[in-house]
Design a protein around this ligand. Structure first.
Ligand SMILES: C[S@@+](CC[C@H](N)C(=O)[O-])C[C@H]1O[C@@H](n2cnc3c(N)ncnc32)[C@H](O)[C@@H]1O
Length: 293
């Protein structure tokens, strides 16, 4: 893939995601995970309320309706230290209604072009948003720029579904349907995986910013329970499902309904695979004269 093709594919995906959120709120179900707390709480747990004398500055990248920021206010972080950015005006409007009485700073902007000064943020959090922020290298360099020394980047991302699980079957049904119906499907990959080996997020973060993982990526599952009808309603919020034509969507619904047929109206366990990754920018070190490097 040439640089030109890559930036064209990135632009197409970006336009699609922005338009998608005009209609669809990108919030995730707030249910327990296999690690205990909800996926929002897992990210909030990465923020030490003791940092920066009890007032860490936290940026939520792709904040959507602001639920993660709200959890941080509930934990006592001053609202004026909380910043939410999202490139979807609709998502920011939803967040503004949530924080009508609080001075949380909310900006409509691209993740790779933040209206923030260098070294001014203690934590950057991204809940189910970093994977679609293109170009990813530019976004990661921007995160590195705004984080102060010792600053932390913590992200929750989707993961490959387990084969044989409902999510695994859905993923297969979706890719087969896309192959039948779309000659030029949307791609979330940053590289052409036909010609280049797939890089993990940790590799991309290290390569572009030099930041290191604080702990190895932690896989976990969102402990969802849904009936077939609920699962089909849940698919409405899936970027790729929504990119299909009506007949293609009907094929997916029929195939998914068959998966659930044996369970009738009953709720089925549907663990959604996710992962938590935490990176840190090196702390500033003093040189021999006592100045900071
Ligand atoms: C799946 S939603 C998650 C929203 C929120 N973090 C949550 O979990 O409730 C992804 C969000 O990232 C935002 N987003 C995607 N790409 C972006 C970009 N390049 N710059 C800023 N925001 C972006 C979308 O508008 C959307 O609100």
């Amino acid at each position: 893939m040439t640089e030109h093709d890559k930036s064209k594919a990135d632009r197409r995906l970006t336009d699609y995601v922005r338009q998608f959120h005009d209609t669809f709120d990108g919030s995730f179900p707030e249910v327990p995970t296999s690690l205990g707390p909800s996926s929002y709480e897992l990210l909030a747990n990465e923020v030490s309320t003791e940092a920066n004398d009890g007032a860490p500055v936290v940026l939520d990248l792709g904040c959507g309706t602001g639920r993660l920021l709200e959890i941080l206010t509930e934990r006592g972080i001053p609202p004026e230290n909380l910043i939410g950015v999202d490139f979807s005006p609709e998502q920011i409007n939803r967040a503004r209604s949530r924080f009508a009485d609080m001075p949380v700073r909310l900006h409509i902007c691209e993740a790779h072009n933040l209206p923030l000064l260098d070294d001014t943020v203690d934590y950057v959090l991204a809940h189910m948003s970093l994977a679609v922020m293109k170009p990813i290298e530019k976004t990661l360099r921007e995160i590195h720029r705004v984080l102060g020394p010792g600053g932390v980047l913590a992200v929750v991302l989707g993961d490959e579904p387990a084969s044989g699980s409902i999510e695994g079957h859905y993923s297969r049904i979706l890719s087969e349907t896309i192959a039948r119906h779309q000659s030029d499907p949307l791609s979330f990959e940053s590289v052409d995986t036909q010609t280049a080996p797939r890089e993990t997020l940790a590799d991309t973060v290290r390569r572009t910013t030099g930041m290191q993982e604080v702990v190895p990526m932690r896989p976990f599952e969102l402990m969802m329970q849904m009936s077939g009808a609920e699962y089909i309603a849940f698919l409405e919020g899936d970027y790729l499902y929504q990119s299909l034509s009506d007949p293609a969507r009907r094929e997916v619904v029929e195939a998914v309904s068959r998966l659930f047929d044996a369970h009738g109206e009953n709720s089925v366990d549907i663990p959604l695979t996710m992962q938590l990754a935490v990176f840190a920018k090196p702390a500033a070190v003093a040189d021999e004269s006592g100045g900071l490097l």
